[in-house]
Design a protein around this ligand. Structure first.
Ligand SMILES: *[C@@H]1O[C@H](CO)[C@@H](O)[C@H](O)[C@H]1NC(C)=O
Ligand SMILES: *[C@@H]1O[C@H](CO)[C@@H](O)[C@H](O)[C@H]1NC(C)=O
Ligand SMILES: *[C@@H]1O[C@H](CO)[C@@H](O)[C@H](O)[C@H]1NC(C)=O
Ligand SMILES: *[C@@H]1O[C@H](CO)[C@@H](O)[C@H](O)[C@H]1NC(C)=O
Length: 351
């Protein structure tokens, strides 16, 4: 009997889906993932990403600002984890720093729109959002904003509420599925209602934050098993002003450096010594200080080349008088002592 006569339509219909599933399982269609072919076949839980702490808090000469450049430039330069602080204000989620009276970076939905625009233009990039839900806002509000921005359908829905690092899909799988956005919420995540708004601390542990002295790699916050979870290092240095922590921008070059005392490179090495693996997320302030050192460190950790096609942004000197005009941006020369105090006191609760 000839082979072709065996392949009746009924037999074919049984065979074809299996063969398609097999080929998808073997190799992803995406050939470059987050800038490298080598990363397509790597689990999301085995990749190191650079993150912007308080990504939306942009400004200079402002104690409540942690970045010089906005989210679009951050993404262009290589930031792949965007950390945000969300606050509920009159039924709308705003990106405020500690309180909306202190610094209001605008509505979450506007920020998400910028992320969507960039991701649409860069479909081979996996991006992570880490939303600090400061006021314990119900996830339905986040869902509404994600839907408005068109990001809900681009969001990865894990098969379980909590997963060990090794269980995460590859970057290629996330990209092929059209779900290259991974979102973590620090509080109120509800897997049964909104599976794509993923609980942070049962999936990711963190080192101490608001560090004013020496970075270490101790487990500070988790609600899972840190031996198998992904982990994030809070590598942004604060200085104590009037008894309270504020970003130590004058030290940012050294803090972000690949080597030297209290550098990012040193903390990553400490993590390898303590835990036998590099961190998944490196959260920094003023990421462009160090001239790309933070991205170089992540590339080395991933075993890939760091070769940006265009130079990244350069630091905007403090006191340069070119402060952006976004709401919440104020000059230190014109703010009252009371305002300084409230900024600083607020920084205490900033994560
Ligand atoms: C992808 O990774 C898996 C497991 O690490 C490995 O078995 C497989 O050979 C890799 N495939 C390619 C195309 O590199
Ligand atoms: C976590 O870090 C914070 C601030 O860095 C510190 O106050 C707290 O004691 C730490 N908690 C643990 C359990 O290490
Ligand atoms: C950081 O390094 C850059 C480039 O070397 C330099 O221009 C800048 O002045 C440094 N900034 C600080 C605050 O040390
Ligand atoms: C990825 O796996 C390699 C090999 O086990 C390990 O050396 C590296 O630290 C891992 N990276 C992350 C971010 O887990």
């Amino acid at each position: 009997m000839r082979l072709s006569s065996l392949l009746t339509p009924a037999v074919l219909s049984l065979l074809i889906p299996a063969s398609i599933a097999l080929s998808v399982g073997i190799q992803s269609r995406a050939t470059t993932c987050n800038g490298s072919p080598d990363l397509c076949n790597r689990s999301f839980g085995n990749v190191t990403f650079v993150g912007a702490h308080d990504s939306y808090a942009v400004g200079i000469n402002n104690l409540a600002a942690n970045q010089d450049y906005d989210v679009t430039q951050q993404l262009k330069d290589g930031i792949r984890l965007l950390q945000l602080q969300a606050h509920g204000l009159n039924g709308v989620i705003q990106l405020c720093h500690t309180s909306c009276g202190l610094y209001n970076g605008g509505p979450l939905v506007d920020y998400l729109g910028k992320v969507k625009t960039w991701m649409d233009g860069n479909p081979n990039e996996v991006v992570t959002l880490l939303i600090v839900n400061s006021d314990g806002v119900d996830p339905s509000y986040f869902d509404t904003d994600f839907k408005s921005a068109g990001l809900d359908t681009m969001s990865y829905k894990p098969p379980a509420a909590s997963m060990p690092a090794a269980a995460w899909p590859t970057l290629g799988t996330l990209i092929d599925a059209g779900t290259p956005l991974v979102t973590f919420l620090t509080t109120t995540a509800d897997y049964t209602r909104f599976p794509y708004l993923i609980d942070e601390f049962s999936n990711v542990w963190e080192t101490p934050f608001d560090v004013t002295t020496t970075f270490d790699c101790s487990v500070n916050r988790t609600s899972g098993d840190p031996t198998t979870q992904m982990f994030l290092i809070n590598h942004f240095l604060d200085q104590v002003i009037l008894g309270f922590p504020a970003p130590f921008v004058e030290q940012a070059n050294a803090t972000n450096s690949a080597s030297g005392q209290n550098s990012l490179g040193e903390q990553v090495q400490q993590c390898v010594t303590d835990h036998g693996r590099v961190p998944n997320f490196l959260l920094v302030d003023f990421y462009e200080y160090g001239g790309g050192s933070v991205f170089q460190i992540a590339a080395s950790a991933n075993g890939v080349e760091y070769s940006p096609s265009t130079p990244i942004a350069t630091p905007i000197p403090q006191g340069s008088g070119t402060a952006p005009t976004s709401s919440g941006t104020v000059s230190t020369t014109s703010i009252s002592t009371g305002f300084v105090m409230s900024v600083i006191i607020g920084a205490l609760s900033v994560v």
